[in-house]
Design a protein around this ligand. Structure first.
Ligand code: C2E
Ligand code: MG
Ligand code: MG
Length: 747
């Protein structure tokens, strides 16, 4: 409201005083009786113009100076923040009677002229740089300023025409330009700097010690008669302003700690401490969570332990036994196991006559004795009352006897040892696990079968052991005898290497021999490979046996070499031996080095079915062996299902034709046709061959007539101990030149 009629006379004056009385508490007012003028001022230009943090009212150096001047001029003032983009825009808005701050008179955006007051104060303008640094001459300086100071920028430009001035919207943008080197310095009035540089993150900025220039600080309005009149009156007020008053106002506002920390300031100031504190809190939280988890896990474990164990005996509970048994069977899918269901006969009678305590003590004793004797791979569980389930390895008769002595007898004598005339009787039902049980593990079902076996003998006082499947038990025990005795048998010489000669039927010569193992078992008598090879393969022990046989054969070859006899021996390699990590070629190479042999002295027999089962590894092993100079033979050709295909794929030196498989059954004439075709085919493929299982002269003659004269079989020789083989060779050598060697070596 620029157009206000000037009030004159006493009455209006009094009226005005009365009307304004309720507002007397508002600070920004001039002498009583004056008119109220609206002054537009910029916001946030602390400490020139800003809102008092406590009252929220507009205050500052500019405001107080203006108030003092208005007081002298008899005006009352109302300050309002300029909503327009610039002072030039605001000049066109009739809502303001006056506007601040003006350096000098400027035109409005609409092209209207302005009128300005006398200088309220001379404001010093200072440059701010990053650190204290020397600056280029003023005319070459690049200076950053706030856009709101555009009017001031024009004045500066007039003063230093060569200066490059860049305007930015905000102070952070100005500082960013300074730090990135886009400008050499920032320019603002010193009072504002005294406020802005309180920001913690600006502590690297330095105000230049001397002001660059100073600018007038005036109030202005549109150049109209009313405007001029106001300005004129104000000039009187300005003239009456004392310098001391001016200084006091400046000091008052510049000495206040006006800068308010925002979030970014706190982050800057205390960021590291806050970060460390947060990390500490996070670490503590993680530790606490882990601790809670550990406690919970321990608690759950204890609970599980309680659930899985029988409180009275310490053995597993039914639940615990089931879990443990499943785990063991999964972990040892090849181990021979049995599951027994054990029952104390007349347990009710024990409880009734000797007391419940005595019954409990017996159960505890039995569990303790059993646990003492079980390995980690076995388990005992109390199923209910006086029934125990035991998962045990099938072992030798000796172990059974040991159990009898260590577990069953002490339990049976439990009361007798205490001087009571009562002998405990235990009936046990046994179920021997089969391969099927390992494929589909069902502990409850196996236990049911053991229970059935126990029930069968429960009424028979003389029997205390019943088997659900006795054949498996015998078989299992036999397997145990083989597996458990192998290491001792290798050491003691119970396992021997026999030789079966191989002959050239046409030339009547012994060309080599196959090493075959024999086992003189302490308990089971003489065992042949078919009795134990597959068992050892299943138990993963065949490699131990084969290493022993290969070593023996090489040792014999070394001895013969020393005697001047360069002989050849064929050894068998189980398909299970050929595993990447065993490095069979390397193993054989080491052997010939150890025994000083040449690789051609060893023929390595690999059964045909092995090639069909895992061709890649077998083929690469064969290639390696051959590249080292060993002869590789495909054993039992004709026994597998993919013989013909194999012939094409596998790079062996010799095919070992198994006559037994080819002629054992069916029409003999058809067998002959098949054999002669196979021989013809192998010959045409350019491969060598030997026929094994030759039992009668007709077979030998037939093979010879078809072009296969290398043979091995009972017709010539059966496998024999090494001493017999050596003797036979010596005798054959003596008869050399006499009768046909082949006939002479016939068994
Ligand atoms: P194979 O390698 O095919 O050995 C030939 C088998 O045929 C030998 O049985 C031999 O005694 C038998 N045989 C030889 N001539 C005749 C004959 O005219 N008629 C009949 N019916 N049989 C004859 P053996 O010694 O019982 O060996 C059986 C199999 O056991 C061998 O077959 C071989 O696969 C395996 N074997 C033997 N010793 C070892 C060994 O040290 N390690 C490995 N991994 N396997 C072996
Ligand atoms: Mg063989
Ligand atoms: Mg064979």
């Amino acid at each position: 409201m620029r157009k206000k009629p000037l009030l004159h006379g006493v009455l209006p004056f009094l009226l005005c005083v009365i009307l304004l009385l309720p507002f007397a508490a508002i600070p920004a007012f001039a002498a009583p009786g004056g008119e109220t003028l609206t002054v537009g001022v910029p916001a946030e230009r602390c400490p020139i113009f800003y809102r008092d943090p406590e009252t929220g009212e507009i205050t500052g150096i500019g405001v107080d100076l203006m108030l003092s001047a208005a007081e002298g001029a008899g005006y009352q003032l109302r300050f309002q923040v300029i909503g327009e983009q610039s002072l030039k825009d605001a000049l066109d808005n009739p809502a303001y009677d006056l506007l601040m701050p003006f350096g000098s008179a400027i035109g409005s955006t609409a092209g209207k002229a302005s009128v300005v007051s006398d200088n309220l104060i001379q404001t010093p303008f200072t440059l701010v740089t990053e650190g204290r640094r020397s600056l280029p001459p003023m005319d070459e300086l690049r200076v950053g300023m706030l856009k709101s100071l555009a009017a001031g920028a024009e004045t500066v430009k007039q003063m230093f025409p060569g200066m490059e001035i860049m305007l930015y919207d905000t102070m952070p943008e100005c500082v960013g330009a300074l730090r990135s080197g886009k400008v050499d310095a920032l320019l603002h009035n010193s009072y504002v700097w005294s406020y802005v540089l309180q920001k913690p993150s600006y502590k690297d900025l330095e105000m230049q010690p001397t002001a660059m220039f100073s600018m007038g600080f005036r109030v202005g309005t549109q150049d109209t008669p009313e405007g001029r009149a106001i300005i004129e009156r104000l000039n009187d007020g300005i003239a009456s302003l004392k310098d001391t008053k001016r200084q006091a106002i400046i000091l008052d506002h510049t000495s206040r700690r006006l800068y308010q920390y925002d979030f970014s300031d706190y982050v800057y100031q205390y960021g590291l401490i806050v970060l460390l504190a947060l990390l500490l809190i996070a670490a503590l939280a993680i530790i606490a969570v882990q601790k809670i988890r550990a406690l919970r896990a321990e608690h759950e474990k204890k609970l599980q332990q309680l659930m899985d164990h029988d409180a009275l005996t310490g053995a597993l509970s039914m639940n615990g036994f089931r879990k443990r048994a499943e785990e063991l069977l999964r972990r040892h899918p090849d181990a021979p196991y049995y599951l027994s269901y054990n029952n104390i006969r007349d347990f009710k009678f024990i409880n009734d006559s000797l007391g419940r305590e005595a019954g409990d003590a017996l159960l505890r004793f039995w569990a303790a004795k059993s646990m003492e004797n079980l390995s980690d791979e076995e388990a005992i569980g109390r199923i209910d009352a006086d029934h125990f389930a035991i998962l045990r390895h099938i072992t030798t008769e000796d172990r059974m006897r040991e159990d009898e002595i260590n577990i069953f007898q002490p339990v049976e004598n439990f009361f007798i040892d205490q001087g009571k005339e009562y002998r405990v009787q235990i009936s046990t039902g046994i179920y021997v696990l089969t391969a099927k049980d390992f494929r589909k593990i069902d502990v409850d079902h196996m236990l049911d079968l053991a229970r059935v076996a126990e029930k069968r003998i429960r009424g028979k006082r003389r029997e205390n052991l019943g088997f659900y499947n006795p054949e498996q038990w015998q078989n299992g025990k036999r397997i145990a005898e083989i597996v458990n005795y192998l290491p001792a048998a290798i050491k003691s010489g119970d396992i021997q290497v026999w030789y079966q000669p191989q002959v050239d039927y046409e030339r009547g010569e012994i060309t080599g021999a196959e090493a075959l193992c024999r086992w003189d078992h302490t308990k089971l008598g003489w065992l042949y490979p078919f009795d134990f090879i597959s068992t050892l393969e299943e138990a993963g022990l065949i490699f131990d046996l084969d290493c022993f046989v290969w070593d023996r054969a090489c040792r014999d070859l070394q001895r013969w070499n020393a005697e001047g006899e360069h002989r050849v021996v064929s050894v068998n390699v189980s398909r299970d031996d050929i595993q990447e990590e065993r490095n069979i070629p390397g193993h054989f190479q080491k052997l010939i080095k150890t025994y000083n042999l040449t690789p051609d002295q060893l023929h390595i027999e690999i059964t045909e079915t092995a090639f069909a089962e895992s061709p890649e590894l077998l083929i690469s092993t064969t290639q390696k062996l051959r590249s080292m100079g060993f002869q590789v033979e495909m054993d039992d050709f004709g026994s597998g299902y993919s013989s013909l295909h194999m012939l094409k794929e596998v790079p062996v030196d010799r095919i070992k034709l198994d006559l037994h498989f080819l002629t054992a059954s069916g029409d003999p004439e058809k067998s002959r046709i098949i054999v002669s075709c196979i021989i013809q085919m192998i010959n045409q493929l350019g491969m060598r061959m030997i026929a094994e299982g030759v039992e009668v002269v007709e077979q030998a003659d037939f093979l010879k007539s078809k072009g296969c004269s290398q043979m091995q079989g009972y017709y010539f020789h059966k496998p024999m101990p090494v001493q017999d083989y050596e003797r036979m060779l010596r005798e054959t050598a003596k008869t050399e030149g006499g009768t046909s060697q082949t006939e002479g070596t016939r068994c």
